[in-house]
Write a protein that binds this ligand. Structure first.
Ligand code: SF4
Length: 177
């Protein structure tokens, strides 16, 4: 069986809403997204998964473009009240778990991966940043936006659905070679 077919069979068993293959060269990396991290995100400069620790947008772009292939994943979870931040953010853990399963699938097929996922890293209660190195660099996924990636543009191009109401949608990007 072709590797791609085996991968898709594995992905079909995961609780994903959608997935799409794309070429990293199609991505838009922009300082405009990075500026939102700097001015609007309370996690800016608090973890190794966020700017400025992830490097400049140009460095992030170069890192992603080392991989010729990529996969976009989405999960959707229904919550009682989308305005309730605690409830909405609690859905991240499930998305991260599914992302890890997808990464394990790719690695099981012999691919080397680089993954971007949701928000800041929450693996440790208190991030080691900036006093010490990341404690779990192999498990830590930087946030998609931290790399300056226009994720909505990619989602549209890949035909990913957007949901309204009390449905929380999360995206991850897995680069592989
Ligand atoms: S794994 Fe721990 S030390 Fe590394 S970025 Fe995540 S929270 Fe910080």
């Amino acid at each position: 069986m072709e590797k791609r077919e085996e991968l898709e069979q594995g992905l079909a068993k995961l609780p994903l809403m959608q997935y799409a293959f794309f070429k990293p060269g199609e991505l838009t990396f922009t300082q405009r997204v990075r500026a939102i991290c700097e001015t609007e995100c309370p996690m800016y400069a608090t973890t190794w998964a966020c700017p400025p620790a992830v490097g400049t947008v140009e460095e992030c772009r170069a890192r992603c473009l080392q991989y010729p292939e990529a996969l976009m994943l989405s999960t959707v979870t229904e919550v009682a009240d989308i305005e309730n931040l605690t409830e909405t953010l609690a859905t991240r853990a499930g998305h991260e778990a599914v992302t890890r399963q997808a990464v394990a699938l790719l690695e099981g097929l012999g691919y080397e991966t680089y993954t971007l996922s949701t928000e800041a890293c929450a693996l440790c209660d208190h991030c080691a940043y900036p006093d010490g190195p990341c404690r779990h660099p192999e498990k830590m996924y930087p946030c998609v936006e931290s790399h300056g990636i226009l994720v909505t543009e990619l989602a549209e191009r890949c035909g990913m659905d957007f949901f309204n109401g009390n449905l929380v949608t999360w995206y991850s990007l897995v680069f592989y070679r």
